[in-house]
Design a protein around this ligand. Sequence first.
Ligand SMILES: [Zn+2]
Length: 331
Amino acid sequence: MSTVNSPIHYIKEIADSFYMITTPMPFRLGHVNAFLVVHDKEAALFDTGLNMSGTLPKIEASLESVGLSIENIGHIFLTHSHADHCGVAGLIKERSGAIIHMSEEGKRHIEMMKDEELRVKRMRGFLCLHGLPEKTLDFIAKMFDRFKDATIPFEVDEILNPCKTYETCGRTFKAIPTPGHANGHNCFYFGNENILLSGDHVLPDITPNLSPDLFDPEFQPLNAFLSSLDRVKDLPVEMVYPSHGAPFPNLNGRVAEMKEHHRERTGLILDAIRKGRKTTFQISLDIWGGNLSQFDKFLAINETYVHILELLKEGSVREENNGRNVLYVVA
Ligand SMILES: [Zn+2]
């Protein structure tokens, strides 16, 4: 890896004319990484960061440090539809005419997100059915409202073809479908450099949050996530560049840790259900305790639910309905 040839600390050259740009974001994560490849006067961006003050100036200054500007960005490739990954894609496209590439499901999500009211209604319905207390529901609804502008609305121009090899800025890479953290997530694999841009699929310090796709009831997030881990684990990767956290070399080892983590968690959730009929929220209390922040309660109920989906599918548990909430019992 070559060293930074720029005085700015948030851009790092990770291979020849291949850069990691770190932009700010709120919450515990604090930052998100985007990636830039350049060739002559052409540039391509992989993810863009969140729409908040500080993101675009950092991308602009990064481009300037390599003698380019936003107008040189011809292509934007997006790992998934979450705001911290595609927040300013629309702004950049407006200025440079860049072509935005994303998965089919990602495109569908971007369209859905334009109807904020419907999205919040679905979210509320799901969380209510699974027992999240009213106070937490209100907090989550307010949070969604506060971050509704975190993504500038945009149109996806090109659908990423599963496992197709793309050529951009004198480089080749493959889009590898890795649904799980988000339906339609893609990793980008640069075979010549042995680099994997892992998005939020493989992270060094945390396991990516899994949640149901409220617009696609067929989507099994945990099952998809585990299969997607298998899809990348044997790639000859020297360095993984995640969207959050520092780059790391041991892809296979990290995948094994994450798979083990989920196997254990499924076991704990089944144990909690064995102790008696419970809502998803009550099960999450058994696992994480009651002292979580409102936001963590929201993450916990989602995470618990995706494990329950697997237990339902394998026939270990079944659901009952008390007219207000769904409850789970051993089958
Ligand atoms: Zn993210």
